[in-house]
Design a protein around this ligand. Structure first.
Ligand code: FDA
Length: 512
């Protein structure tokens, strides 16, 4: 393969000067368009095929750094050529921001930076940010049966994006978000300097735990506070039809799920997965999906007192270890080897679009009938409701950028999936989810109508130019961050005054 233009030549030369002893060495981690490694990496990056045939420009290069010097060289050389950087950890960004960009850019794919070291004496771990949640959970389980970490459910999600956007999972009512449990970081700033918590200062350290790392620099590694989990936990998934009885249960759930003891996490998944039979076409299910940090015998009396209508039986419940529950919530069978957690590939890549809400007052019962009618219009649609309360409401709104704390009952994620390629398909399904989102407006948080950064939604607003102002960006910024948006914009001005690290929803600079 030959480098076809002067900019490419210059970039490669620049990288070799700044990172490694020789020109040839550079090609061990720099991938050029037309090479097999480049196309494999790009295809692998695209977890949501919505953009597979997109007309947006492809990256000038993909860099897979093995060390901080190679990241620093990328920053220096991109600045010289006015290329933007898209950092990719697990590649799960809902809007593809880790691998799409409208102006010339380079992808920094952190897949070679994946070391994890657990310190059980300190009950901490250092994890490089190219690792996945599955790799983290697996590594913890190799060392201890009584430690875990509170983060998301899907093992292939990367810790680079997930932790810097919040990170909610089954342990959130007991321990908060992933970002609430980060105690240090190794971070490269726009000057190529490596900073830790002390040298970056508390403002920047605050911002990268929930404010989205991509606005500020590149997180190379995180230091985590591990949490204790009991040797035995209990799970169940109870399937009901979303008929009158199912709707009454969902309604009841709204009043209790955020007030239950912190050891109980019980979420709801309303789903329509239309199969071939007429019965499946018309069936909307509601799943009650629980993790309890304790045994069945401890769980049953609490559930039968607080949620008797669910009529929970011992036979509905399964006891297991915490790491087995990770497999369970990740969609694996209990008897599968733990090594499946190390698989970084998403099993089934489908086109999807999602949106989110937070709920402060119980939704009127009849609205669930309206949701039912609407999800029936799609072949594959989900409304997932994660309870808050517990630890989530003991943490102040301003503690980290994620502000959705006290006063919120639960989070909703709306999700639609489809199989067929093409713009018209995309328009149809995205149109559907927008319609559902509009329908929900009167029943969810307002002023602002809140959203969760990790369920990124560009419909909320985008930065059109590199110099989008704070007052323009506040339209979407308040939804994700409420009052914390201003502090984020102040930190941005300090950390990256030239707005080098930017994307469609990066934090703008607060100029005065
Ligand atoms: P990706 O690599 O795409 O990065 C996302 C964003 O972070 C991009 O803007 C990227 O540039 C930036 N970034 C990544 N690494 C960085 C670094 N080292 N330094 C600076 N910036 C960096 N969420 C949740 O809270 N709970 C859950 O259970 C799930 N489950 C889930 C399942 C599936 C199948 C998907 C697709 C998504 C989720 N999510 C989730 C949402 C997930 O938390 C969100 O998409 C994360 O941003 C994904 O992080 P990745 O590193 O995988 O994405």
């Amino acid at each position: 393969l030959t480098l076809c233009n002067a900019n490419q030549e210059y970039f490669v030369h620049c990288m070799s000067v700044h990172s490694s002893p020789g020109y040839i060495e550079v090609f061990k981690y720099l991938h050029i368009p037309g090479s097999l490694s480049y196309s494999n990496l790009l295809q692998y990056a695209e977890q949501n095929p919505r953009w597979l045939n997109s007309t947006s420009p492809k990256p000038k290069f993909i860099i897979t750094p093995n060390n901080a010097d190679q990241i620093r060289a990328t920053i220096i050389c991109c600045k010289k050529l006015d290329f933007q950087i898209r950092v990719k950890s697990g590649g799960h960004d809902y809007e593809g921001l880790s691998f799409l960009c409208k102006t010339p850019f380079v992808i920094v794919d952190l897949l070679n930076l994946r070391s994890i070291s657990i310190n059980l004496e300190e009950e901490t771990a250092w994890i490089q940010s190219g690792s996945t949640l599955g790799e983290l959970y697996y590594s913890i389980a190799q060392e201890s049966k009584i430690h875990g970490f509170p983060a998301g459910l899907c093992p292939s999600v990367g810790v680079g994006g997930h932790f810097s956007g919040g990170g909610l999972g089954t342990l959130l009512r007991k321990h908060g978000l992933a970002a609430d449990n980060i105690i240090d970081a190794c971070f490269m700033n726009v000057e190529g300097k490596i900073l830790d918590r002390e040298s970056m200062g508390e403002d920047l350290f605050w911002a990268i735990r929930g404010g989205g790392g991509a606005s500020f620099g590149i997180i190379i590694a995180w230091k985590l506070k591990l949490v204790r989990v009991p040797p035995v936990v209990t799970v169940f998934t109870i399937h009901k039809n979303l008929d009158q009885e199912g709707i009454e249960l969902v309604n009841k759930w709204q009043y209790i799920s955020n007030k239950l003891p912190e050891d109980i996490f019980i979420r709801i998944i309303i789903q329509h997965i239309a199969g071939n039979s007429k019965e499946q076409q018309k069936k909307v299910e509601v799943l009650f999906n629980l993790l309890f940090l304790g045994s069945v015998n401890q769980l049953l009396p609490v559930m039968n007192k607080s949620f008797p209508d669910l009529n929970l039986l011992q036979t509905d419940c399964i006891e297991m270890s915490w790491i087995e529950s990770v497999l369970y919530f990740g969609g694996y069978q209990r008897d599968e080897p733990l090594e499946v957690l190390l698989d970084r590939t998403v099993q089934y890549k489908s086109y999807f679009k999602a949106k989110s809400d937070f709920v402060e007052k119980p939704i009127p019962e009849n609205v669930f009938q309206g949701i039912r009618e609407r999800v029936l219009e799609e072949q594959i649609a989900f409304v997932i409701m994660d309870p808050l309360g517990g630890k989530m409401e003991q943490i102040q709104e301003s503690e980290i950028p994620f502000p959705h704390r006290k006063g919120n009952l639960f989070n909703i994620q709306y999700l639609v999936k489809w199989d067929l390629a093409g713009d018209s398909e995309s328009i149809k399904h995205v149109g559907w989810i927008k319609m559902l989102y509009k329908y929900m407006k009167p029943y969810v948080s307002s002023s602002p109508r809140a959203a969760y950064l990790n369920y990124r939604d560009l419909d909320l607003g985008i930065n059109r130019k590199a110099n989008t102002s704070y007052s323009e960006a506040i339209i979407w910024g308040r939804k994700y961050f409420k009052g914390n948006f201003k502090r984020l914009a102040r930190v941005k001005k300090q950390a990256d005054p030239g707005n080098f690290f930017r994307n469609e929803q990066s934090i703008p600079l607060l100029l005065n």
